[in-house]
Design a protein around this ligand. Structure first.
Ligand code: PGA
Length: 261
């Protein structure tokens, strides 16, 4: 059974006081949602504080990026053991904003995935096509190669822990969301891609979540699909109310029986 995973990606937003208030608001708003895994991904500077507030609560903490070495002379970078040491459990890897603005390659992304797994962090591997790639009919090719390269060399027993976030670049921060039907088709394609190199049990167990203008108005349509296992929420995660509403929608749709992959 795949549990829903709802994560907030705060991106480069909030000052310390606001970040504290947001975590407190979320903690109050997610009570009574035992069937949903919930995480927030604040900027690096607030991870420690957020993690301390989240101790002994259902809220988990993720980072938005990481470097692929454990320590050394890499000025300005943050390593997986550092994240682990402040109570981080997840790391967003290969977000399209990092691929586009910081020129991250599939090979760097793959190294980050390996290094996170080695250090007991769960990667949230982001994949997604741009509008140009979509219009050129290349969506499935792009996703296939991002998934295959991103997961290259990872053992089956570790692949099962990874979360894939399908985030069409044209839907991020635009208010345009892919329809539930489109997302379900693409998630099924991603699961079949994983099935090419991992066993059936592993590919059926991997959580594939959707990101791109998710809000409380479209969450039902998206989360009601068999292969949509949660959401990576940007803009709507910057206020406790809208984020917690999405979590509650997930709880109301929560799967309590096994579904086929
Ligand atoms: P958005 O961002 O919800 O603001 O579209 C999602 C993301 O980039 O993870």
């Amino acid at each position: 059974m795949r549990r829903f995973f709802i994560a907030g990606n705060w991106k480069m937003n909030k000052a310390k006081d606001e970040a504290c208030g947001l975590v407190e608001g979320i903690l109050a708003g997610i009570e009574g949602c035992p069937h949903v895994d919930i995480a927030v991904c604040p900027p690096f500077t607030f991870l420690d504080t957020a993690a301390q507030k989240a101790v002994n609560t259902p809220l988990m903490i993720g980072a938005q990026n990481v470097y692929y070495r454990e320590s050394g002379a890499y000025t300005g970078e943050i390593s997986p053991p550092m994240l682990k040491s402040v109570g981080c459990g997840y790391v967003i890897i290969g977000h399209s904003e990092r691929r586009i603005y910081f020129k991250e390659t599939d090979s760097e992304i793959n190294r980050k995935v390996h290094m996170c797994l080695k250090n007991g962090l769960i990667p949230i591997l982001c994949v997604g096509e741009t509008i140009g790639q979509k219009n050129d009919g290349r969506t499935f090719d792009v996703l296939n190669s991002q998934v295959i390269y991103g997961l290259e060399g990872i053992d089956d027993h570790l692949v099962r822990n990874i979360i894939i976030a399908y985030e069409p670049v044209w839907a991020i921060g635009t208010g345009v969301t892919a329809s539930g039907d489109q997302v379900e088709e693409i998630h099924r394609f991603i699961r079949n891609t994983i099935r090419e190199f991992a066993c059936d049990e592993v590919s059926a167990g991997v959580r594939i979540i959707y990101g791109g203008s998710v809000n409380s108005g479209n969450a039902v349509d998206l989360l009601a699909r068999d292969n949509v296992d949660g959401a990576l929420v940007g803009g709507a995660s910057l206020k406790a109310g809208p984020f917690c509403e999405i979590v509650k929608i997930a709880e109301s749709l929560a799967r309590t029986i096994s579904i086929p992959g």
